[in-house]
Write a protein that binds this ligand. Structure first.
Ligand SMILES: Cc1cc2nc3c(=O)[nH]c(=O)nc-3n(C[C@H](O)[C@H](O)[C@H](O)COP(=O)(O)OP(=O)(O)OC[C@H]3O[C@@H](n4cnc5c(N)ncnc54)[C@H](O)[C@@H]3O)c2cc1C
Length: 460
């Protein structure tokens, strides 16, 4: 497929949920735009996740406002392929101008003229604006401590698909956010001996007093929080919609047979060392859990809601042996560990974005997605405007804000002063259009017409 347009007002890079949301808002506001996606719509949901993954939030919540999962119970958790289908259907609902199979290779700010030159796998495009919707999780990160050990199979959670993929033997899962705990649980249920390395985490209750945690975070204003609690910016959140959804309880995972260990510290000579922080990490996770229950109780009392009490939610299981007597070193061979799954997160990759929109550490500098480089926008990043920004429903609201900003900017760029307006009217008259005599008389000799930013939109 070739990119037949050579110039566009707004180019959106990426057609995951962020790109689709952006396209919807730009379409509604009449902004000429094009979305380029190197694979397929919502590809990461389709092929970039493990087979059994379901959404972390229920179907009533993890969706865009104007389309429901009409084949699902609102409290069910959509499977990853169903989510990908949802975004494809969503894009066709408003006929989103998405070109799939086209990769954006380079974006460069034009020198001495407005806009950006965009090199793609199918040709060059001029764009007045570029929205970077390439996702918060682009490059799987494996920490440098990973051992150089041929006898151990090592994969990132981004490449994990199912238990059959791993060799016979025990497995160490490093990282206990939503990916790590769900993968560890699945591997243990498939009959594997599993060690799970648990760092600092938040673990909200799946539901409390008949309301899902997504609801609680919503009514308590947590999704809308604009800044992470200092020191907790990178704390992962452990939740799961698997098997109908359940609260992540590390003591329950231990009772089920998973051996918990602290943060993975280092590898050497077939031995892995763990920090002695397991009990502390669990205690902080418990604190986070209980703080939500307390906030929920206070909200219910304050608003006189009729929601059933749930004292069992405060029951804490006894600390398992692996917490009271933590393993600080594990001989991988003796423990029969043949594989490691690194559920250690992702980084972004903007190597193709050659613009002055980054700080010294390569992080985008922006306010609610509006970059310091005029004309460049970021969408879908964690905490872009609030806690919900990288999640399905949150990105939709951020896209709306960015689309509004683009419309305002287009108005500024379309502005013509009186002399320019007169000159343009007269030019129209020369071409046979209407031009008032009075205006013709007032045209100044030096009033040069300025190209119309708005009309660059769809030129071929
Ligand atoms: C395991 C996992 C589970 C998650 N579960 C949930 C959940 O249940 N609920 C929820 O709300 N959120 C969830 N998230 C978070 C978030 O919703 C997803 O990460 C989502 O995929 C982000 O959407 P996005 O559109 O921002 O990015 P992506 O889905 O990553 O889409 C970006 C797109 O850009 C394309 N692209 C990248 N570079 C280029 C280029 N140079 N040229 C052209 N195209 C390019 C990619 O091919 C990709 O299709 C989960 C994340 C992970 C990792």
């Amino acid at each position: 497929m070739t990119v037949e347009r050579t110039s566009i007002d707004t180019l959106v890079v990426g057609a995951g949920q962020a790109g689709v949301a952006m396209s919807e808002h730009l379409s509604k506001l009449g902004v000429p735009h094009l979305v380029l996606e190197r694979n397929r719509i919502a590809e990461r949901w389709r092929t970039g996740r493990w087979d059994s993954l379901v959404a972390n939030g229920p179907a009533w919540h993890d969706r865009f406002p104007s389309l429901e999962f009409d084949d699902l119970d609102p409290d069910a958790f959509a499977g990853k392929d169903r989510i990908a289908d949802y975004f494809e259907a969503y894009a066709s609902k408003f006929n989103a101008p998405i070109r799939t199979g086209v990769e954006v290779k380079k974006v460069v700010r034009n020198a001495g003229r407005p806009g950006f030159t965009v090199q793609t796998s199918e040709g060059v495009i001029e764009a007045s604006r570029v929205v970077v919707a390439t996702g918060p999780f682009q490059r799987p990160v494996i920490p440098p401590i990973a051992p150089d050990n041929e006898r151990i199979d090592q994969i990132h959670s981004a490449d994990y698909r199912n238990p059959e993929q791993l060799p016979e033997g025990a497995v160490l899962v490093v990282g206990a956010g939503s990916s790590g705990v769900q993968i560890a649980d699945e591997l243990q249920r498939a009959g594997k001996k599993v060690y799970l390395s648990v760092g600092p985490h938040d673990r909200p209750p799946r539901s409390y007093r008949n309301r899902d945690f997504c609801w609680w975070l919503g009514v308590l204003g947590e999704w809308d929080k604009e800044v992470a609690t200092p020191g907790r910016e990178h704390v992962t959140i452990a939740v799961s919609g698997a098997r109908g959804g359940h609260t992540i309880d590390f003591r329950a995972l231990a009772a089920q047979g998973i051996t918990l260990v602290g943060l993975t510290k280092s590898f050497g000579d077939n031995v892995v060392a763990f920090e002695s922080d397991l009990a502390v990490n669990l205690a902080r996770g418990d604190e986070n859990y209980l703080s939500l229950l307390n906030a929920a109780d206070a909200y219910i009392a304050k608003n006189g809601l009729d929601l059933p009490e749930e004292p069992a939610a405060r029951h804490v299981l006894p600390d398992p042996e692996c917490v009271t007597h933590p393993i600080l070193e594990l001989d991988l061979a003796k423990a029969g560990v043949t594989s490691i799954v690194w559920a250690t997160g992702y980084a972004v990759d903007y190597s193709w974005l050659n613009v002055e929109a980054f700080d010294a550490n390569g992080k985008p500098k922006h306010q609610r997605g509006i970059s310091i480089e005029p004309g460049i926008y970021f969408l879908g990043l964690p905490w872009l405007s609030r806690r919900g920004s990288s999640f399905i429903w949150g990105v939709w609201h951020d896209a709306k804000h960015i689309a509004d900003h683009i419309v305002t900017q287009r108005k500024y760029h379309a502005y013509r002063d009186a002399s320019q307006r007169q000159a343009e009217d007269c030019r129209e008259e020369r071409l046979g259009g209407p031009c008032a005599d009075s205006l013709v008389r007032n045209v100044t000799a030096h009033a040069a017409p300025v190209p119309h930013a708005a009309s660059q939109g769809v030129s071929a």
